[in-house]
Design a protein. Structure first.
Lengths: 363, 363
DNA sequence: TTGTAAGCGTTATCAG
DNA sequence: CTGATAACGCTTACAA
């Protein structure tokens, strides 16, 4: 904003018309007819001068900034934020809007500060995103601004939200293992009591039950969601003779630890042990050997959906806030090389389960 | 921006003064004295009404938007973007500014579109960032806007830039290995001919030479910078009897591959083989076992420095653009468990090199 | 110490 | 079909 830019006034002068006319032609005002000749004159002038309308002035006048705010809890530590933001950005840009990004670091103090800064700038709406699926408390300042929650829910607030379909994810994971023929399964779940932990376990169990698995053929243990946690849990799980032949890990990092445990135990993946992860953190899922089959989290899609939703809300105006839409998005399973049929020694002649994956992608 | 917010006019009415006075007290205009009583009256009114100044109007008037744009090439695939943005955001917020984030996906088309969108919004300046250190071509539209390059250089443009100090990184890596007592070193470099590849090799060699290493005690090979590349290179490197006892890897992902090669060869890390990586991608450097000692890339710092720089440029005005400052930032070495003295079998009684790490952090 | 009024760059209403 | 002109919400000479 340092050097003065070309204004509509200069274009008008150059074209020898009034600024009104310039505005008319440049905005293609419906119902306003302008002579073809003057139209080209104006367009030429604008082009020649390199005129770019000043959004600030436009927004001031139209009460619409075509700008949205993205407030995330931690943008730097996980690779997730980028995908969500990209999804948001893509749909925003399609509407000539752009997005302010701020990161709170989980500090209420700075969150308030940042939201204030966004509001001051008259953002049309706000995307409030968590980096992991959880219930959140809505900052009070957002009560009167179009808002949608990403990876977060806030009961009673009437604010739309979108989260991953955890149950479906658990089902898909079980499905992958069952389809490969496994009949002795384990799930290393997150110790933390969060929606993802509940949902994935529910889905995993449900799908296993549907396949007729006995209770004692499905073990569920909990661990810290890092490689060390996975390692410890796997050592325990794999110590017994009737060890599981397929393990579903709460996330990919944790899965790294079970890879290590398996290696130490002389268990080959996938011949002796099949593993499925969660998150599809490319850097680990692709980096590990053999590649990790895993369930992807729909970050981009959540960002995109939320933004569509936000614009709908903005366009609907402050009037009726109809039943706030909410959505669970299912992520795809990414097949790599960590799943194979169980070796004969452990699961002789088991029949394969038919795949369930043909169900439609979105819950 | 949907519902009409409180304006300065309403505050004035509520306080029973003119809008001028409100402006004066709220902005603490220097040299303007206002009666203590009216000051509190105004402040009360503002608080009561929940007044928040409209930045758009302010900007229009003051020709300063307190807004900067961040254009990155890919924001979603690497975990780096988040850190750079966070650095930028932190210093921006300290100046009551906020940042628009856009990602180009390496497509000129969308880059132009996005930059236009930013300019239209009168950003005060632009941060142009690459996710890996490289020379770039400056989009022409940025020629007349305060700009600073992050992780990128553009010779002849006169635009300030900040990049990692690759040479120092290479030196530090060598230093870690030499200090541990290693005398047979290898560097698995990136096949791509990029500044990081040149710089790190230069630094690594220089430091090794300084330690008196012979040429044949330092092998340099190239590979794709992924686990597979590292694996292949390591297999080759470790096949010989006079294998290196310490390997420096161009990056952490590649290092994952050498971990695997070592495991297959029955070489223990760090007892039989020491490894140092680059990037400090926590998820792999911490996830791998034993933890990977690595050189961190100063993403946050680059983002922060660039933003300081940008504000300086903005405040200096469009007048003199003095010798554009440029900076190489050295990243810290993150010590974990992948480096130890070479085992006796291979390097009997070698003396330890004194550490070089005490040198100041910034080049 | 406080207020009037101009103007930042647009859009929109209403006359010509 | 085209053009004055009044907002939009704010800062800032300049007056009172």
């Amino acid at each position: 904003m340092t050097q003065r830019r070309v204004t509509i006034k200069q274009v008008a002068a150059e074209a020898g018309v009034s600024i009104t006319t310039v505005s008319h032609v440049l905005n293609d005002v419906p119902g306003k007819r302008v002579h073809p000749d003057t139209r080209v004159r104006v367009e030429d002038a604008a082009r020649r001068l390199g005129y770019v309308p000043n959004s600030l002035a436009q927004s001031l006048r139209t009460q619409r900034s075509n700008t949205i705010g993205f407030v995330g809890d931690e943008i730097a530590t996980t690779p997730f934020a980028g995908k969500i933001i990209l999804g948001a950005q893509d749909v925003a840009l399609a509407r000539d809007a752009v997005v302010f990004v701020v990161s709170t670091g989980y500090q209420r103090e700075v969150e308030n500060r940042e939201i204030e800064e966004l509001l001051r700038r008259q953002v049309d709406g706000i995307l409030y995103a968590s980096m992991y699926h959880r219930p959140v408390e809505l900052p009070p300042q957002l009560a009167s601004v179009p808002t949608v929650l990403i990876n977060a829910t806030c009961t009673g607030s009437g604010v739309p939200w979108v989260v991953p379909d955890e149950v479906a994810g658990g089902e898909d994971a079980a499905d992958v293992l069952l389809t490969a023929g496994h009949r002795r399964l384990a799930f290393i779940n997150d110790v933390d009591e969060i929606p993802a932990a509940f949902g994935r376990e529910e889905g995993f169990r449900r799908r296993a039950a549907r396949a007729g698995l006995h209770d004692d053929d499905l073990r569920v243990v909990t661990a810290e969601t890092d490689p060390a946690g996975g390692y410890a849990a796997a050592r325990q799980l794999l110590a017994h003779a009737d060890r599981p032949t397929g393990i579903f890990c709460f996330n990919d990092r944790l899965a790294m630890g079970v890879y290590r445990a398996a290696a130490e135990l002389g268990l080959r993946i996938p011949e002796d042990l099949s593993i499925v992860g969660f998150d599809n953190q490319e850097i680990v899922a692709e980096g590990v050997h053999p590649g990790l089959t895993t369930i992807e989290l729909p970050h981009y899609e959540m960002g995109a959906w939320a933004t569509e939703q936000l614009f709908d809300q903005i366009e609907a105006g402050p009037g009726a806030r109809p039943a706030a839409p909410a959505r669970k998005l299912r992520g795809p399973v990414i097949h790599r090389a960590s799943v194979a049929p169980p070796s004969r020694g452990h699961d002789p002649g088991e029949r394969r389960e038919p795949s369930d994956l043909a169900r439609q992608r979105q819950a």
